[in-house]
Ligand binder design. Structure first.
Ligand SMILES: *Cc1c(COP(=O)(O)O)cnc(C)c1O
Length: 399
């Protein structure tokens, strides 16, 4: 079975894990400061604050900006649905803006339509590492929060995303583009906002064990994904019309191992290492990304990548005009693990009961996540492409 994604685990990670219990609190704090300095430098902003997760960063930004109950915030109609409760439990009114059907990002036009006199902020997303028209969105005259969970290293006109808005959030979750096996970062140019976020973090204990435990669980999970058993498990989990249900369960289980402790010394070491490796990782993945996009059989259309800037690889997603449940069933039978519907992203307009985001609804119904990951060989990719041709043809014939 070729999994839809794989975690990168190397000997350096193992060494960091083994070192963690012997790290003094002072040494850990120094390591975290060094990580924050290097992260801020990479994004080109004065402040980077390491936090517990991307979600944690988003909440700290919202509270730090003083957004409060009754304020409206424009959000992407196609993003991670789990962000919605974080905003709505603060009383914010969420207004989804529709997306571009080629890049799956919000457009300046759709955001402009969603703005009312009560709008206080825009949450802009660089979906799947592909930059949105961030300069255009910032030109609308409202504070823009950049969701860079998928896009550390992506640039627009040579300038890193995360440096355009009033603040940005990054995720260092194990399955994201830049992993520290959990954690997140908020970046900003605003001295006052950075100070507010730092003071909100005071009192959080800095311990190594929660991050170590999480990494251990991720290792076990990765070993299962790499074992021959995964073929059986994947069919059981995804085989029927259970699309999304397992993902939901998986996400909930993951949320339970998301403690709000301070960023650890081990995470900082991993983050620093991966930060230095962004360009090399992109150079490895870029040709594969390009190749798969070009080789897609009829019926598929890959996400447009370079519309607004230079992307960074996160996940390979394409639209497929055919029955997705059937596509997945055939793919699994051929040893190909793919993601569909909510396993890619969520149609937040539908979740909020909003009409008027037809493109997001359409992309949600058609988006498929195909296997492409760091460490994939070209031979493997050729195998994927070959299978995909057969599967797509058979699904289309059925219709
Ligand atoms: C993963 C993700 C986040 C949040 O990151 P966590 O570290 O998992 O909290 C935010 N936005 C998007 C679009 C994401 O995919």
């Amino acid at each position: 079975m070729i999994p839809r994604r794989r975690l990168t685990l190397d000997m350096a990670d193992l060494a960091d894990w083994l070192r963690a219990p012997f790290t003094s609190p002072a040494a850990a704090a120094a390591e975290v400061s060094a990580f924050e300095r290097e992260f801020a430098q990479a994004i080109g902003v004065p402040h980077a604050v390491a936090v517990a997760s991307g979600r944690d960063a988003l909440c700290l930004i919202i509270d730090g900006l003083g957004l409060k109950a009754g304020d409206e915030i424009v959000i992407p109609a196609y993003t991670l649905g789990e962000l919605l409760p974080l905003l709505s439990e603060r009383g914010l009114v969420l207004v989804p803006a529709d997306i571009d059907p080629a890049t799956y990002n919000m457009t300046v036009e759709s955001v402009r339509k969603a703005i009312t006199p009560r709008t206080r902020a825009i949450l802009a997303l660089h979906l799947l590492g592909v930059p949105c028209d961030i300069a255009g969105l910032c030109g609308l005259g409202l504070p823009v929060i950049e969701d860079c969970a998928h896009a550390p290293g992506a640039t627009v006109d040579g300038r890193p995303v995360g440096s355009f808005g009033v603040a940005a959030l990054f995720s260092l979750e194990a399955n994201k583009a830049l992993s520290a096996f959990g954690g997140g970062v908020m970046t900003t140019r605003d001295d006052a906002l950075a100070a507010k976020v730092r003071s909100a973090l005071e009192g959080r204990p800095r311990r190594e064990w929660p991050a170590m435990k999480k990494m251990l669980l991720k290792w076990v999970e990765e070993m299962m994904v790499r074992s021959p058993l995964y073929a059986v498990a994947a069919r059981l989990m995804f085989g029927g019309d259970r699309a999304g249900r397992f993902e939901q369960f998986y996400r909930q289980a993951n949320n339970r191992v998301r403690p709000k402790v301070a960023f650890s010394g081990m995470q900082a070491r991993m983050g620093r290492r991966r930060l230095k490796g962004i360009a090399a990782r992109q150079a490895r993945l870029e040709p594969l990304w390009e190749k798969l996009a070009r080789a897609l059989p009829p019926g598929f259309e890959a996400q447009q990548r370079t519309h607004c800037g230079a992307p960074v690889f996160y996940n390979f997603v394409a639209r497929f005009r055919g029955d997705l449940n059937q596509f997945r069933k055939r793919a699994l039978a051929q040893g190909l693990d793919v993601g569909i519907f909510g396993e890619v992203m969520d149609d937040t307009a539908r979740m909020l009961g909003h009409e008027g985001c037809p493109r997001s609804a359409e992309v949600y119904r058609q988006a498929v996540l195909l296997p492409l990951y760091d460490g994939m060989t070209e031979a493997r990719l050729d195998w994927v492409i070959d299978r995909l041709r057969g599967i797509a043809a058979s699904v289309q014939e059925q219709r």
